[in-house]
Design a protein. Structure first.
Length: 453
């Protein structure tokens, strides 16, 4: 679909980054299946990568994969035929190992680039990005189109590596891609029927260094579109330029779909964006029109994604929600506002704080007076608590936060984990943080009256 994948038989390929969460596993297995000899190198030591290493152990034992863990070696990047870099490598333009590869004339690519290039030429791509809501919007597109009878494959930042399913995707299938700013920085132009940008706010400035660089990376999702394609632009990106001949759909701030299982006006907006994407895909085929009523009915059955405003339990009249995927202040405020619609002010117990990504956390502190309690955790917790003043309760850890909430929680309250920060200071990832929250709900508050499976 993009550039043809080169013949990899007997080629030496260096995979930069196995990852504690297995980010390099899919591409490693794909490369071996294509006949390559693979070296996987990661700065993390073997003990921290044990789970990921176990998933490629059989290939190591067969001599198809070599491991260099706990360090990188420049020669691994200058004596191979191809480098596959993890797109999350900080400041890749200044990384000495990648610079060495470029200087040696070694091509550098990424898993998502290989995935797109492996797609059949008539696969229909719907690509989604944004600072908030991109995962939910992508999953809603997958849910609705699947419910309407399409064969849909979920990939990119969600749904696992498409390389694992490269042989199963057929011409005419839909590929719903969630794309991060990191992935888009690497990708450049690629063909897509529908490109979706939900919104933009400052994020990942520790990686991008400037907002201008972050925005430029996001805008790359619009590259590669042409006549007959559609760009769907959320409320605060409606002025972004598109190529000549591209159909523009600009989403109004009050666009919504009512009756959803997932709470909040922002999710009603996400659903409206997703339905526009589904409608645009149907329009591009001209085979049959989308039934908007049926599509909305399917959207209303979407249960939500794990760790994204997911209902964990109701205990003694209080409801508990896991929004651990919230890693920006804007996402936290959206989560809080989701419940302000339904609940009187000062019924929400918010747990916030975590790893410092260099974001402006003032919006979280400013929300404190409208909450029943703001309980701060992690490295940014002290700053948030100081900025919020007497309205905040500095806790440091999730365990202490839950104990503090237990002493103040009443029937009708909402307990919301929506940190607004990454998890890496105290947890391996946001999933582990959300799982710990769910465990503490049971341990601290007792048996659950209801639980969403």
């Amino acid at each position: 679909m993009g550039q043809p994948i080169p013949d990899l038989r007997n080629k030496r390929v260096t995979v930069m980054g196995l990852g504690r969460f297995g980010g390099g596993i899919g591409v490693t297995k794909f490369l071996v299946s294509r006949g390559a000899d693979v070296l996987v190198t990661d700065l993390e030591p073997a003990d921290k990568l044990a789970e990921s290493v176990a998933q490629v152990r059989d290939l190591v034992d067969k001599g198809r994969v070599s491991l260099r863990l706990g360090e990188h070696n420049v020669s691994d990047f200058t004596t191979c035929d191809l480098v596959v870099a993890n797109p999350a490598v900080p400041k890749p333009w200044d990384n000495r190992f990648l610079r060495a590869a470029h200087a040696a004339g070694i091509p550098v690519t990424t898993e998502i680039r290989l995935s797109i290039d492996a797609l059949p030429p008539a696969a229909r791509i719907v690509a989604v990005t944004g600072s908030a809501g991109k995962s939910t919007t992508t999953a809603l597109i997958h849910h609705v189109l699947t419910g309407l009878g399409h064969t849909v494959h979920l990939g990119g930042n969600i749904g696992g590596s498409l390389l694992d399913r490269a042989g199963q995707i057929r011409d005419g299938d839909v590929v719903a891609l969630e794309l991060s700013s990191f992935q888009l920085h690497w990708l450049g132009a690629f063909p897509k029927r529908v490109a979706v940008v939900t919104n933009i706010d400052a994020n990942h400035l520790d990686w991008h260094q400037t907002f201008d660089h972050y925005r430029a990376s996001k805008q790359k999702i619009l590259d590669g579109q042409g006549s007959g394609d559609t760009a769907i632009l959320g409320p605060n990106v409606r002025d972004w330029p598109t190529a000549p001949g591209v159909r523009r759909i600009e989403i109004a701030p009050d666009a919504s779909v009512d009756g959803l299982l997932i709470p909040g006006p922002h999710n009603e907006l996400n659903a409206a964006v997703a339905l526009e994407a589904c409608r645009a895909l149907h329009a591009s085929d001209r085979s049959h029109a989308l039934d908007p009523r049926r599509a909305a009915e399917v959207a209303r059955t979407f249960p939500g994604l794990p760790h994204r405003l997911r209902h964990v339990a109701t205990i003694r009249g209080a409801r508990f929600y896991d929004d651990s995927k919230s890693t920006t202040p804007q996402a936290t405020i959206l989560a809080v506002n989701a419940f302000h619609v339904e609940h009187a002010s000062r019924r929400i117990h918010l747990i916030a704080g975590g790893y410092d990504k260099g974001q402006d956390l003032a919006p979280i502190a400013l929300a404190a007076p409208d909450l029943k309690g703001l309980y701060t955790i992690g490295k940014t917790g002290d700053w948030i608590a100081k900025a919020a003043g007497a309205a905040a309760i500095p806790c440091g850890t999730l365990e202490r936060a839950m104990d503090a909430i237990a002493a103040r929680c009443a029937p009708g309250d909402v307990v919301l984990l929506s940190p607004g920060c990454a998890s890496w200071d105290q947890f391996e990832n946001y999933e582990k943080r959300g799982e710990r929250f769910a465990t503490l709900v049971g341990e601290v508050f007792g048996p659950r009256e209801t639980q969403l499976q």
